[in-house]
Design a protein. Sequence first.
Length: 503
Amino acid sequence: MATEATAENTTYEEFLGKVKRISNVQNAAGILGWDQEVVMPEGGTPARSQQRSALSAISHELLTDDEMGELLDELESEDLDDEQAAVVREVRREYERATRVPGELVEEISRTTSEALPKWKKAREEDDFSIFAPTLEKLVELEREYADHIDPDKDPYEVLFEEYEPYLGIDTAEETLAELRDELVPLIEDVRESDVELATPFEGTYDAETQEELSRDVLDTLGYDWDRGRLDTAPHPFSSGTQFDARVTTRFDESDPLGALMSTVHEFGHATYTQGLPDDQYGTPLGQARDLTVHESQSRVWENNVGRSRAFWENFLPLVQERFADANGVPVDEMYQAANRVYEDNLIRVEADELTYHMHIVVRFEIEKALIRGEIEVDEVPELWNDKYEEYLGVRPDTDADGCLQDIHWSHGSFGYFPTYSLGSVLAAQLYAKADEDIDDLDGQIRAGEFDDFHDWLTENIHEYGCLYTTDDLIEHATGESFTAEYFLDYVTEKYGALYDLE
């Protein structure tokens, strides 16, 4: 028996060594991606596209080699503990998808997305969709081909969605988004018909340097680990990295200091999840975040349930007043209102309020589904985008920069990603409700600027497990319930009903 146990352990250790090598290659590619979006000179694209393409090819080759398949087959018949079985489950899923896709296609997708980024930037800056359209058309074709290799008998959009959320299912995404659309559109209409006017205390110009200082203030307040992170600016805010190096970016609009502040809080949520992953599992699925629904829940719970709460503003307002003189004398209620005002004419998803935000998601979700399924052509996107904004949000973009070019994700080849934004927001409310039940006077702790108990609750119920559980099992473990939109809809109905004096 001892000999068999040793052989089993050797097989798993050999397997784990290969998994960690793949992870390190992917993490290196992630740093190159961060560099390209944040500090790389504009002329660096030709070399960067080749570098990232090479790393994608190496990662693909390591994952799909025959020895990896043999090790997975051997381990399927072994008596593994729960952690080992979870690692094998996650790698098996990636292996089976990757072995169906030719390495040449993986390289071409990586190269095309690297080249797409500067074209998207230029198209957005010049408000000219035609600059990006040919690249978008190529990306759509490549993603269709990718999906067809993985499962030619399945809806290609569903295949791509499973890249980002493999366990909740496309049916859950479609049903949840339909429920949000059906429930939120009437609520948004009631808000807009209300006679209540929420406060708008910021009406001046606020320089980027002072806004950055305020962003650093809020990261300090919430407990960001600067030894394992940094703050930079990017055209589209994002967070990336590992538990040892989880970076955040934001962007500044001199007329809207609250926009950058809430963006920073949002990205903090992503980064604190990453920083909370177990150090000793780095390089394995147990040291990696559980897909994008859960990741987004962590950013949205900090941005909305914490950062837009009245309790938070009771604590944080003095720091705002230190940075911006015209905030002096502004009462907490007005700052709370300003952080939660529902906009009449918001066109930009990352600047949207909690209610209209989900209509932004629905628009892109419906359009990218149609693109991947071949139901529309790329050149139809701008007009269709504007039509849907008018239908769901009551506002029509005047420019493509504020319309279909506003988000970076299609330049990354990220089709199927967007539903996870709304799924994550819904999950955030469910998690916060459970944390509020478990933590003594959570609202009072936030009011006092004490976030340790909430950090600990999230770490103990979400972060420390990495990918040990599937998404649905993790939600059940953390909350005692299956995934549901009930908590989110109750939360926004109560909150905005009170703010706008709705019956």
